[in-house]
Ligand binder design. Sequence first.
Ligand SMILES: CC(C)(COP(=O)(O)OP(=O)(O)OC[C@H]1O[C@@H](n2cnc3c(N)ncnc32)[C@H](O)[C@@H]1OP(=O)(O)O)[C@@H](O)C(=O)NCCC(=O)NCCS
Length: 384
Amino acid sequence: MMEETQPKISSGLEGIYIQESKICKVDGINGRLYYRGYSIETLNDNSDYEEVCYLLLYGRLPKKDEFEKFKSDLRNERTVSTEVMYLARSLSKKMHPTDVLKTAVSALASEDEELADNSPEANARKAVRLISKIATLAAAIERARNGKEPVAPDPSLSHTDNFMYMLTGSKPSSGQSKLINTMFILHAEHSSNASTFTTLVAGSTLADIYSSVTAGMAALKGPLHGGADEAALKMMMNIGDPGNTEQYIEDALAGKQKIMGFGHRVYKTYDPRARILRSYLEELRNDKDPETRRLIEIAIRAEKLMIDKLGNSKGIWPNVDFFSGPLYVWAGIPPELFTSIFAASRMVGWCAHLLEYWTNNRIFRPLEFYTGELDLKYVDIDKR
Ligand SMILES: CC(C)(COP(=O)(O)OP(=O)(O)OC[C@H]1O[C@@H](n2cnc3c(N)ncnc32)[C@H](O)[C@@H]1OP(=O)(O)O)[C@@H](O)C(=O)NCCC(=O)NCCS
């Protein structure tokens, strides 16, 4: 029998390219991020989440009439069937909101009359439905957790303002509106990270778009990925007093714990998304809310210590998940909802990647190098 030679194994698929793509460039050396060629700073300064969705899905910025139609399509898809809403609301007291959202998004397939149509045009329409309806579900699930009825969408509001409206029952202030738009833009897309790759793996079997993004949502949940922002805020809450920050972090590092919201497989420098959020922290440092001020002080002290200890020496810098917590708290958003907002923002990225991948689909099937035994003799259960 021919001996297999030991292959080079890339743990965590580090350094492996899975395809060519025109959607997103993550420049981990220079700390830059581009969606379809536009830097996230440019998009955050000039655009809004709905336009970024168009850009990611269709590859270019829309003309005026195209944008009006796209916004109207998104707004027309905001409602969710009574059955799916009932499912989401009835699970919301028993499960983490991220899990309820994943289950409800999966169930959205039940209300899509085009489910079996796998044409690119039908899939693009399904993407619009998913982007719209996941926001409605995320808001309703959070309200149900608190014993509140859902708030019907307001078609006069943008996607992100309407999300805040459906969540709180009031239109957001201009500050909240700006922040939530930034959050959605910064979380919209990030190349083939764990959740997008998982989405593509499921999609590569020609599973439908709902099944594929549900797989992606499962991968998003973990604290090493989309769950990191909630975990980072919970750490800040545990730290309690800003004066405890350094000792807490030193103890955690000495105990070989990872500090959530730091480090990245691709960025070996400051995550450009974190840089944008960091500027919001500076703006809010003297906010009138003492809880916001306290959390911001902890975040800034933790950032300094981590950069001094692990920044240049190990390439571990703040990522997008570190500063989100204090900002969401300021905006009145509870920690259990952070990952759902991440999922709602990222839905467009998952869909854009699926639409691109399906133009040249090939099933994913990597290998494992087997190191166990072979040709073992079967021993009867009484004789083992
Ligand atoms: C993002 C992440 C999963 C990338 O993982 P990765 O590329 O596989 O890197 P590793 O986990 O192998 O880490 C490499 C080294 O850096 C250390 N490290 C990485 N992230 C760290 C963190 N947040 N805090 C402390 N040390 C960290 C590891 O302990 C390891 O040290 P070692 O070489 O001495 O064993 C990792 O940095 C992490 O777990 N970060 C915290 C979770 C998080 O914020 N995720 C959101 C990402 S946007």
